[in-house]
Design a protein around this ligand. Structure first.
Ligand SMILES: Nc1ncnc2c1ncn2[C@@H]1O[C@H](COP(=O)(O)OP(=O)(O)OP(=O)(O)O)[C@@H](O)[C@H]1O
Ligand SMILES: [Mg+2]
Length: 172
């Protein structure tokens, strides 16, 4: 199953990131998909905030550095695959080990660029530009149940989650 909702403003995207801190922990991976400017980094800012990132530490797309690590209460690794040159480069910098070390919570922007790098247990989240804000679609790798997410306080006031078939992240 996959579910979708409208996020009417930046605050709603941040709130969804904050809500995800309650369900993601050490060893988990959040795979983010979506075009330029869709709100991926905004979501990570909310997540990092809820994980007690010190306010003076910026959360920015690690587009050129590939990885940022944050001093959050769960070690948060923020990865951007936009400029990564395939699986070989990912292996050179040790990403597969970090994604399966059981300690790190990894969040990966542009996860669909190197899908073979993303472990089976990943939670996939897509953001798209939409009339009235951004559309979020959430699915677990392999099509597992995400009904727990229906209770998340992510969408803005008056917005609700609905089920959708329009999502096959593991086949990107
Ligand atoms: N739900 C929303 N409605 C409207 N604007 C939003 C929403 N969420 C985020 N934004 C805005 O979208 C812009 C781009 O956000 P952000 O940098 O997080 O995107 P991104 O997906 O990380 O982009 P990139 O692919 O370039 O890294 C920001 O100005 C942010 O405030
Ligand atoms: Mg970004």
């Amino acid at each position: 199953m996959a579910i979708t909702a409208l996020l009417p403003n930046e605050a709603a995207t941040r709130a969804l990131g904050q809500a995800l801190a309650a369900v993601l922990g050490p060893g988990d991976l959040l795979a983010l998909v979506g075009p330029l400017g869709a709100g991926k980094t905004t979501l990570v800012q909310g997540l990092a905030d809820a994980l007690d990132l010190p306010p003076d530490v910026p959360v920015q797309s690690p587009t050129f550095t590939v990885c940022n690590e944050y001093p959050t209460r769960v070690p948060l690794l923020h990865v951007d695959l936009y400029r990564l040159d395939g699986l070989d480069e990912a292996e050179d910098i040790g990403l597969p080990e970090r994604f399966t070390d059981g300690v790190t919570l990894a969040v990966v922007e542009w996860a669909d660029r190197v899908p073979e790098l993303i472990p089976q247990h990943a939670l996939w989240l897509r953001l798209d530009h939409a009339t009235g804000g951004r559309r979020v679609t959430l699915a677990e790798g392999g099509g597992a149940d995400v009904s727990w997410a229906l209770t998340m306080p992510g969408p803005g006031k008056g917005e609700t989650w609905t089920e959708t078939d329009d999502w096959t992240p593991w086949a990107c």
